[in-house]
Design a protein around this ligand. Sequence first.
Ligand code: ADP
Length: 881
Amino acid sequence: MAARDDPKPTPMMAQYLALREEAGDALLFYRMGDFFELFFEDARRAAAILDIALTTRGEHGGQPIPMCGVPVHSAESYLARLIKAGERVAIAEQVETPEEAKARAKREGTPSSKVLVGRSIVRLVTAGTLTEEALLEPRRANVLVALAELRGTVGIAAVDVSTGAMVLEECPADLLGAALARLAPSEVVVPEDWPHGPEEAIVRPRTTFASDAGAERLKAVHGVATLDAFGAFTRAMLAAAGGLVSYLDHVGRGSLPLLLPPVLRETAKTMAMDAATRASLEILESAQGGRAGSLIGAIDRCVTGAGSRLLAEDLSAPLLDTGEIEARLALVQFWQGRPIERARLRDALRGVPDLGRALGRVVAGRGSPRDLGALRDGLAEAARLHHWLSGAPDRPALLDTVLARLTGHGALTDHLSRALVPTPPTERASGGFIADGYDASLDALRAASGDARRAIAAMEARYREETGIAALKIRHNGVLGYFIEVPARHADALMAADSGFTHRQTMAGAMRFNSLTLHEEAARIAEAGGHALACEEAHFEALVAEIVAARESIAATAAALARLDVGAGNAERASEADWCRPEVLDKPCLTITAGRHPVVEAALARSGERFVANDCGLDAHDRLWLIGGPNMGGKSTFLRQNALIVLLAQAGCFVPASAARIGLVDRLFSRVGAADNLARGRSTFMVEMVETAAILAQATHRSFVILDEVGRGTSTYDGLALAWAVAEAVHSQIGCRCLFATHYHELARLAETCEALSLHHVRAREWQGDLVLLHELAEGPADRSYGLAVARLAGVPASVVARAKAVLAKLEAQREATGGIAAGLGDLPLFANLKPAAPEPASPEHQLAEALRAADLDALTPREALDLLYEWKRNLPKAAR
Ligand code: ADP
């Protein structure tokens, strides 16, 4: 390879540089024979990530050009690692054979020394657009999102390219974070100059996000004159969809992946949870990252990847419609009551291939014969399940809906079964996947090449006899094709001019020859083989076309199988530990008997410990529980278990309790005080307050809020004051159900003024100087702090604990004398009376004016200014908006 700044780069260099330019910020995989090669900076970056040898080739301005390469046949695993490391890769393939290149050069009159095989970028591999099995996690959806804003409303187009499932929705700009937290995309695409997208988003020209063009693209993709049948999409949604399809077009170089008709997602139909809530409840991922220790990790009993992906979707977007929730619960109950049938179903499902993803690859033009086999087997199994389950008595409605989607592929399945060999290969190029007996002309071609092979075998025997050389062999390799080989010491006879053999190659110890007859038979094999391959290829294309035509109903079957798996898996989980079917109703109650935390219970069980079940009983007259008690006493666990039970119930799962009556929750909030995070050095108290402010702005009387030690991230007085004010606001302004864990005993006095607030604590006992945590919830305020006992339990040296005891005694004496830090609170008027009629010095309006005065407008970027506006608006109390 020549220098980049050569006055006249070699043709290959010129070609490489043009492709490099086109690849933009993606790494360029440049195909050379059996390798993808990377050069220059690409090579350095890739070699470091892949931990492969960095070599050099040619020079550049006197410097050797860094190079590394990966074999084409194992490129997928390297791609997977590069994508994981956050790279994007442009694949430049050879788009003509050397022969075609030579022929082209001849036509164009280019000297043959300058002939270069044509290459072009055939595809961009990016995290959000993968379809390859090896690059995808079987149990996780892989979501690509495009965003477009129209007048403060953000349109969101989300697609899982591996299955084609596409959803359009919209949200106010300030709730975008929550929406993205729910979708958990692996790649986000935004218009250029739009400041609100995530930092790592891919930026695309604004023109690609036009709503009319977006609608036209969708209509064209689905061959419809209007999108009305799919849903009433807004302009913001269509603009996002336009950006999405245009990006897919860009990375696929003009070929689009599977796109199913877009589904309209109405935000009002699912429970809202913001990013902080999702993270703190560890729904799909634990705080450490990964499924282990998360809710889904503890409950997922699905036997297929598609089932696990659907369960993740259910848990990410719990429902608000009692009818839909009951339908899912009835399906779980159906399977729970039939353990034998359930086992049989799960056995059958275990063998079902990932239909949705096989379909995704086939439609994207990256399908293999094995994918066709997967579709054949999956659809056949679906039909068998339909046949079996249609006869089942007492079927719930959702099962009937599911069953209806399992059939209707008889002709296709039959066709695939006749056409394909039992286990088709993953490699399409070398043929061998079309079954014998499917096509007479293919059989004839195969017979011809078989005949020729047999003729060659016979020829070997004949030549041995004729020449008297027992060691003579007819062999085959990729360079010479078929040839005759004899040991060098016997070669003389064959070298004779009239021997009928022509010399091809001399090896150490052996000589290789050709003969006219061998040449003719070899040509017959090659010709028949070539025709056979072309014939198989044509059948492949025909089968693909048939599948593409049925893509929507195949996708529906895949979704139906996943729903069956989720229903049976949830029943399996419920049966393992006596979970119950929750009763979901539209009342402000939350009555849970003997509730457990699924993750903590499982963790304790592993070490042979027992989880102590606890009741929760919130209703309109007792909707805020203030929970005290020692550290490590089980407060956080209790809070979260109730939030998780609500979430599970509305997702249509059974719950870890012996009984549960759950009034629908429209928004779920979970907040954890920031003290634990102080070490991370960020202003975590600020984060805590911003997140708390969001609750006060967004929660409604139908919401459920859990607050875990909110206020502890600052000084005692500030913290107590804030906790006090937040508890009061939740109680008196919002009026929603709330569990509030705190170690501020002083908050107990809230019970005097807040009629729907009650006091509870986790029990502990000191026994022979040791602290015993009972993890049991009881009514009434916590009688005392066990901080010192906890310190001892944690291994703080006895001398230090003794000293702390002395200090504490002094402090407590002081408290007796003065009334403690909450001494002044006796005269605090009722919260309701505090609602400002007219702005007073510390009113939000006043604070806003102060903040406005203090803001240095010239120092703000437009983005920061907009953020500030949003923040101020958020912080205004509702009535003031
Ligand atoms: P707190 O919030 O009061 O500090 P946690 O809820 O974090 O306490 O619980 C501390 C530990 O106690 C948990 O990690 C768990 O091992 C144990 N624990 C909590 N609740 C229970 C329970 N109900 N039954 C048994 N062990 C529990």
